[in-house]
Design a protein around this ligand. Structure first.
Ligand code: IPM
Ligand code: MN
Length: 365
């Protein structure tokens, strides 16, 4: 019998409501196996700014450091948009958290149940069996974290620059995550870059080629330029099994993947690094891909599935509870496929509330 110790950062917008649903589901799933939860709720994002004047309060960071994982909601919203860009919830909370905890690998499963192909903007005949792919995004390097500045040119106009930089070691460690993920699936991986233009991509491709040759000889490695990859993803997503790429390309491609998979309300993610938690497993941050959805916040109609599925990933990677994770994933699938659906995935079916969706998942546990 174990007690799982983690931090809950609900954040803003729909964050707190979907988080509440996810925690209830998690509680039931863990209790079934005789385990219990021990979590602290801390302020982050706009909530952090309102309460502590900072999107990532020091006390929140300290609490995160003393726990085994972070279950994250989402941050940001119109209320804080007047702030200077560097102080806004997204940039001032999420990016430092990734950096502080060295969460260099962002894993986003792109999963669309065959029963839900209607929810995808792709024609159903292109994805008769749904979609089942994985996007792995490098998360602590590249243009997000390189040197940036704004200056005035001699002729008086403003200019700005951001720098994209990668070291071999940063490329190798994400290649390893991609290789391991591919080994656990179809032994097929696609590395996405822009090696026809960018030096960082030339190094990326060379490093990845050598790394796979040495460490994953069984994995079929392909390459694709990012512009072509964007097109191929929309044309035939299942040609990818696992794809991996640098930070900015991954940001863009994972949103494209999300919409192709039907609804942001269904997509979860895990951000992992090399830091071990007190159980000797990976410390990680788990969050839905969807954002704060300010337009529906507080109405009790948001889809809690992505948050629930993120909690399942936390059980798998940070607590080693594969069975609990799989049971939660199956319960969500059963609920959605039997027609219990929130507005974002309803398509003609009478939509249910956040609470009803949560209850349907709990009933199937
Ligand atoms: C994401 C988000 C973040 C990113 C923003 C909120 C900083 O878009 O997790 O994909 O760009 O990484
Ligand atoms: Mn993004």
């Amino acid at each position: 019998m174990s007690t799982f110790k983690f931090v809950v950062l609900p954040g803003d917008g729909i964050g707190p409501e979907v988080m509440k649903a996810a925690l209830e589901v998690l509680e039931v799933a863990c209790k079934k196996h005789g385990h219990s939860l021990d979590y602290k709720v801390c302020a982050v994002g706009g909530a952090g700014i309102d309460e502590f004047g900072k999107a990532l309060p020091d006390s929140t960071v300290e609490t995160c450091k003393a726990s085994d994982a972070i279950l994250f909601g989402s941050v940001g919203g119109p209320k804080w948009e007047h702030l200077p860009p560097a102080e806004q919830p997204e940039r001032a909370a999420l990016l430092p958290l990734r950096k502080i905890f060295k969460l260099f690998a962002n894993i986003r499963p792109g999963l669309l149940y065959p029963q839900l192909t209607d929810a995808s903007p792709l024609k159903s005949e292109r994805i008769p069996d749904g979609i089942d792919i994985v996007c792995i995004r490098e998360l602590t390097g590249g243009i997000y974290f390189g040197e940036k500045k704004t200056w005035t040119e001699p002729d008086g106009q403003l200019a700005a620059c951001d720098t994209m930089m990668y070291r071999v070691s940063e490329i190798e460690r994400i290649a390893e995550v991609a290789g391991n993920t591919a080994m656990a699936r179809g032994k097929k991986v696609c590395s996405i870059d822009k090696a026809n233009v960018l030096e960082t991509s030339v190094l990326w491709r060379k490093t990845v080629t050598e790394y796979f040759k040495k460490h994953f000889p069984e994995v079929e490695l392909k390459y694709m330029y990012v512009d072509n990859a964007a097109m191929q993803l929309a044309r035939d997503p299942n040609q990818f099994d696992v794809f991996f790429t640098e930070n900015m390309f991954g940001d863009i491609l994972s949103d494209e993947m999300a919409v192709i998979c039907g609804s942001l309300g269904m997509l979860c993610s895990a951000s992992l690094g090399d830091i071990k938690n007190s159980l000797g497993l990976k410390f990680g941050l788990y969050e839905p891909a969807g954002g704060t959805a300010p337009d529906i916040a507080g109405k009790g109609i948001a889809n809690p599935c992505a948050q629930i599925l993120s909690a399942a990933l936390m059980m798998r990677y940070s607590f080693g509870q594969d069975e609990i994770a799989a049971e939660i994933e199956r319960a969500v699938r059963d609920a959605v496929c039997s027609g219990v659906r929130t507005g974002d995935i309803a398509f003609g079916i009478e939509p249910v509330s956040t609470d009803q969706m949560k209850q349907a998942v709990i009933d199937r546990l």
